[in-house]
Design a protein around this ligand. Structure first.
Ligand SMILES: [Zn+2]
Length: 70
C-alpha cells in the first residue's frame, strides 16, 4: 500500500521536476518575466508570466504601451 503511494509521488515529483526544467529552459531562452509591472509596480499574475514569457508589464499597462496613451 505504502509502496504504491511512494511510487505515485515519485512519478509526480519527476514530472514536476521535468516541467520545471523545461519552464526554466524556455524562460532563459525567451527572457525572464517580471514579477512586478515596470510601469505601475503592480504584481504581474503568475498566469500572465507563464503565458507571456519575458513580459515586463501588467495587462493594463501593456495595452497602453501597445496602443498608445490617450
Ligand atoms: Zn502596470
Amino acid at each position: 500500500m505504502t509502496d504504491i503511494i511512494d511510487k505515485a509521488s515519485e512519478n509526480e515529483v519527476a514530472f514536476l521536476a521535468e516541467a520545471l526544467y523545461k519552464a526554466t529552459k524556455s524562460s532563459e531562452y525567451q527572457g525572464e518575466s517580471n514579477y512586478e509591472c515596470d510601469d505601475c509596480g503592480e504584481p504581474i499574475p503568475e498566469a500572465r508570466r507563464q503565458a507571456v514569457p519575458g513580459c515586463t508589464r501588467c495587462v493594463f499597462c501593456q495595452e497602453y504601451f501597445e496602443h498608445g496613451y490617450p
